[in-house]
Design a protein around this ligand. Structure first.
Ligand code: AMP
Ligand code: MG
Length: 472
């Protein structure tokens, strides 16, 4: 029996020019490393033996109904416009409508060269693929919109980077792969009819209530504002917030050099390619606005009354910093146990963050500690904490169930860099038990799991990971 995927492919029905037909390039020895059975069930996939799954999710066998293609897009990378990017190593097999009624893309990442590969080999290494699997699924369990990971298949073929890596293919699932850069490419080329078709497609797929291009812009700004606030609340640093890595759906996409902070500092950067800290933790709320300004610039091109369009788009983008700030406040209010709103809450939150920054305290554990009374232990300057604690306790008097609020807002477990690297190192030695254990624990990040306390611990000095590398 074959793996059955109930495809219903809408992107493939768009006219020529949005993509290139591109089959995955077969691999030597596909071997199924990880498979997300609950996600497969959600997508309506009828699964088969591991061998059959490996054949399909390596790209060696095209399941019935697949219409493989590579999508065209462009984008600003570190602020510079690159007129042509596109799926250089990813192939969209097609879409399914899940048991929840949601349409999703099923994409093979690392599936071989495409017309957009430029000088790349179209492949991915097993380490980065496992990293994306762990971190994207952890984000999902944290309740943050994200692309998801369906399968990992090792290919049996080497991938040449600064070292030789074992190759792998990740099957990525997304509510679509439309990016800011998908709009930019047609706007920049003056292909206005395509820009209109893409706008209609995006509205129908993601925001059916949106009224025209400016309505779409408003919805994307709202989704992205909330997303970034959610990242901030769990100490997530995306690392490459280029406009080609900014999804129209409002899902987190492209897990390259991303990382969760251990010790808190607003200027934290992990990405080895982000030399000037453009995408540092505390920059993210500004960068997302910049990205939305690029989307606005692209969308405007299709409107006949340019003056009105510029005025409307400017108003929408100018409203965004406050939108981000409001979501940020909601997120951090919950983290300190507040469900009501008071004017002084912002200061109370900022002062706690200042204590964390000064003491380089563990972000995740210090916040979690507010619920169980151990926060003080994570700080060095106990007097400063006590002074803050007094103000905080006074504020909590007007809350009914602050512990519950905090336990639901402050995870006990995040994918810590040193643990991610450790389980990848084991996996590269063919021991997948630590990878599976980490995924299991991260699937319930808000539960105390005493048997997994090692995974909640901050890194020791010699375990600290200082740099992450791009997924290529
Ligand atoms: P990223 O930094 O992962 O967002 O990738 C930026 C661009 O480079 C995208 O167009 C990718 O498809 C492309 N790319 C990244 N790695 C490779 C690779 N190994 N082969 C071909 N294209 C790649
Ligand atoms: Mg990308």
């Amino acid at each position: 029996m074959a793996v059955q995927i109930p495809f219903d492919n809408s992107y493939a029905r768009l006219p020529e020019g949005f993509f290139s037909h591109q089959a995955p390039t077969p691999v030597s020895a596909p071997d199924l490393i990880a498979f997300n059975a609950p996600l497969a069930a959600l997508l309506g996939i009828k699964t088969e033996s591991p061998e059959e799954l490996a054949r399909v999710f390596s790209g060696n066998h095209l399941p019935e109904g697949a219409e493989p293609l590579a999508q065209l897009y462009s984008g600003h990378q570190f602020g510079q416009y690159n007129p042509q990017l596109g799926d250089g190593r990813a192939v969209l097999l097609g879409e399914t409508i899940g048991t929840d009624g949601v349409r999703r893309d099923i994409q093979l990442k690392g599936a071989g060269p495409t017309p957009y590969s430029r000088n790349g080999d179209g492949r991915a290494g097993l380490g980065p693929v496992l990293r994306e699997y762990i971190v994207s699924e952890a984000m999902h369990s944290l309740g943050i919109p994200t692309t998801r990971a369906l399968a990992v298949v090792s290919t049996g073929d080497p991938v040449y980077r600064d070292r030789v890596l074992p190759g792998a293919v990740l099957t990525r699932v997304a509510s679509s792969h439309l990016r800011v850069g998908t709009f930019q490419v047609f706007a920049a080329r003056g292909e206005i009819e395509k820009l209109r078709q893409l706008t209609d497609f995006a509205i129908a797929r993601h925001y059916p209530d949106a009224d025209g291009p400016m309505g779409l812009l408003t919805h994307v700004c709202q989704a992205q504002a909330k997303l970034v606030a959610q990242w901030m609340a769990v100490g997530f640093i995306h690392g490459v917030m280029n406009t080609d890595n900014c999804a129209i759906s409002g899902e987190t996409i492209d897990y390259g050099p991303c990382a969760f902070m251990d010790t808190y500092h607003p200027q934290t950067v992990y990405s080895s390619i982000d030399q000037f800290g453009r995408y540092a933790y505390a920059q993210q709320p500004e960068i997302v606005v910049w990205n939305m300004a690029q989307l606005a610039t692209a969308l405007i091109q299709q409107l006949d009354d340019k003056e009105a369009a510029v005025r409307d788009a400017t108003a929408i983008v100018h409203a965004m910093p406050d939108l981000v700030r409001d979501h940020w406040l909601d997120q951090f209010r919950a983290k300190i146990g507040l469900t009501t709103r008071q004017e002084s809450d912002g200061d109370l939150i900022a002062d706690f963050l200042r204590l964390l920054a000064t003491d380089r305290a563990d972000f995740t554990n210090a916040f979690r500690g507010l619920a169980d009374g151990s926060a003080r232990d994570w700080l060095l300057d106990r007097d400063a904490f006590d002074a803050w604690d007094t103000r905080w306790k006074a504020r909590l008097a007007s809350e009914s169930a602050p512990e519950e609020t905090m336990l639901a807002a402050n995870p006990a477990f995040i994918p810590r860099n040193h643990q991610v690297e450790k389980v990848i190192a084991s996996a590269l030695e063919a021991d997948f038990a630590p990878f599976e254990r980490l995924n299991r624990v991260l699937s319930c990040p808000f539960d105390d799991q005493p048997e997994a306390s090692d995974l909640a611990a901050p890194p020791t000095e010699d375990q600290v990971v200082r740099a992450t590398f791009c997924g290529t």
